[in-house]
Design a protein around this ligand. Structure first.
Ligand code: FAD
Length: 316
């Protein structure tokens, strides 16, 4: 049972968690076990970015790896088991000027004694002509979601980090060929992934090259490429383009209310406290550096421990 009480039409909660990725659900687990009956606003992506990937092989406790979506479900189940309530709604507006903090979601309003921000980050776009128009028609940011549609087709992957290689390797199950287009001459991805990609018969690389346009009338037919060293342009036919070029933190809603760095990541101290006492943050929303399931979950847990201590100090 959730111990939210109504105040007008606003639900009063001790701990409101924004986001249902690894950070949000770990925070919910800890707050629930502290008997604070946390409410989680899931946003549109239950399980967060981790739920977009086919397999997570580096989260401890799963020697064979675990499906990304399955891991999210397990996180949710565990938090709910101890009394967290997960609501399928997005927070659209916050007023953090005084406690209780006010949050307006899709369906409800909340008054929260503490907030844990775990809204994570979203995929960056290339920002080139054709990208928006053909998203969902050959342009994708999620191999697990869309890889299946490219059975026996040619795809290109844009990016050179872990996500680009992991997802590129995943798509080799379906696609006839996977071309990784990277703007530099070397990859940022881990050595193990680089080795797997280099040895895979379906994978090849185009170096020092950017995509300048996605071409096609109602589905992707080709991309325009430009070599950043020579300036030479060419058209490469492809059926799909998967883009993995980093992330932007989901913090627009907090502008002017919480301190952020130049890239928009929330600033937290070593106790996960934001610039507003009583508002804590964890996971990728406050972490441009580690960006893993395990580190995000750890930060979410730490934020909940501090929220619990904050409530003990302020409400006795
Ligand atoms: C394709 C891909 C593969 C990956 N593979 C791995 C891997 O194998 N191993 C690994 O350790 N890491 C992997 N990662 C990274 C890992 O998924 C992230 O580090 C982790 O999910 C970050 O967790 P988070 O909870 O901080 O944020 P996110 O996972 O980004 O979750 C953010 C949550 O906030 C919600 N949200 C956003 N805005 C709002 C709002 N306004 N109101 C309410 N909710 C909101 C979203 O719906 C989501 O639930 C991968 C990432 C990607 C994209």
């Amino acid at each position: 049972m959730v111990s939210t009480s109504s105040n007008g039409n606003a639900h009063r909660v001790k701990v409101l968690v924004l986001g249902s990725g690894p950070a949000g659900l770990a925070a919910a687990l800890y707050a629930a076990r502290a008997e604070l009956a946390p409410v989680v606003l899931s946003g549109i992506q239950l399980g967060g970015q981790a739920a977009l990937t086919y397999a997570v092989e580096n989260y401890p406790g799963f020697p064979e790896g675990v499906g990304g979506a399955e891991l999210g479900e397990l996180f949710k189940k565990q938090a709910e088991h101890f009394g967290a309530k997960v609501e399928f709604e997005t927070a659209n507006e916050v007023d953090l000027s005084a406690r209780p903090f006010k949050v307006t979601g899709d369906n409800s309003k909340y008054l929260a004694d503490t907030i844990i921000v775990a809204t994570g980050a979203s995929s960056n776009q290339l920002g080139v002509r054709g990208e928006n128009e053909l998203t969902g028609r050959g342009v994708s940011y999620c191999a697990t979601c869309d890889g299946w549609f490219f059975k026996d087709k040619k795809v290109i992957i844009v990016g050179g980090g872990d996500s680009a290689l992991e997802e590129g390797l995943f798509i080799t199950r379906y696609a006839s060929s996977v071309t990784i287009v990277h703007r530099r001459e070397e990859l940022r991805a881990s050595p193990l992934l680089q080795k797997r990609a280099a040895e895979h018969p379906k994978v090849d690389f185009i170096w020092s090259t950017i995509v300048t346009e996605v071409l096609g009338s109602d589905k992707v037919e080709a991309v325009r490429l430009k070599n950043v060293k020579t300036g030479e342009e060419r058209i490469l036919e492809t059926d799909g383009i998967f883009i993995f070029i980093g992330h932007t933190p989901n913090t627009a809603m907090f502008k002017g209310q919480l301190e952020m760095d130049a890239l928009g990541y929330l600033k937290v101290d070593d106790r996960m406290q934001t610039s507003q006492p009583g508002v804590f943050a964890g996971g990728e929303v406050a972490d441009p550096h580690f960006r893993q399931v395990v580190t995000s979950a750890g930060m979410g847990a730490a934020a909940a421990i501090q929220a619990t201590r904050f409530l003990e100090e302020h409400e006795s």
